[in-house]
Design a protein around this ligand. Sequence first.
Ligand code: COA
Length: 162
Amino acid sequence: MTHPPQNLRIRPYQDTDADDTWQVFRAAVHGTASRDYSTAQIEAWAPATVDQTRWRQRRSSAHTYIACLETRIAGFSDFTDEGLLDMLFVHPDAGGRGVARALVTHVLQEAAAAGHQRLRVHASLTARPAFERFGFTVDAERQVELRGQHLRNFAMSIRLDS
Ligand SMILES: CC(C)(COP(=O)(O)OP(=O)(O)OC[C@H]1O[C@@H](n2cnc3c(N)ncnc32)[C@H](O)[C@@H]1OP(=O)(O)O)[C@@H](O)C(=O)NCCC(=O)NCCS
């Protein structure tokens, strides 16, 4: 198991994190997920511009958590009231050091404390091995259409201890 760096801190999302989380999302998709998806698919997933209002709304309407290394945002994750882990993105500069594990461990604890018995995720090809390491199992393979592109991902889930 990868142990997260000692200076890693997980905290709740604040509205002032909107731009940094967008930058981490873009960097993670273009820098890491690009090994598993075509350029056209990556552009469709994380285009150059975003509807900032919608991005803000989605981050603050979920239970969103930020991973900070010193003062920099290294990654973020969340869960929704519907029991979906919607986002897990780690900046490529901070990849492979246990940041995702720390985030997902925190999200699983918070989701269980909120009364969820199961948490679902739509895992990318890139993230599937990490989710398997965290104990999620594959329920189905999916094809999603995004801005005219078809992307393969996996419906996965994990049972939570209450
Ligand atoms: C997937 C992602 C979040 C992982 O973040 P990370 O901080 O590098 O992951 P960690 O260092 O915490 O590693 C998590 C575990 O997964 C394992 N892992 C990660 N990628 C792996 C791979 N390709 N094959 C095998 N194991 C892998 C690690 O070894 C580690 O296992 P361990 O803790 O038991 O040792 C990151 O690569 C990312 O942002 N990817 C692009 C965006 C994306 O696809 N997001 C998911 C959307 S659903």
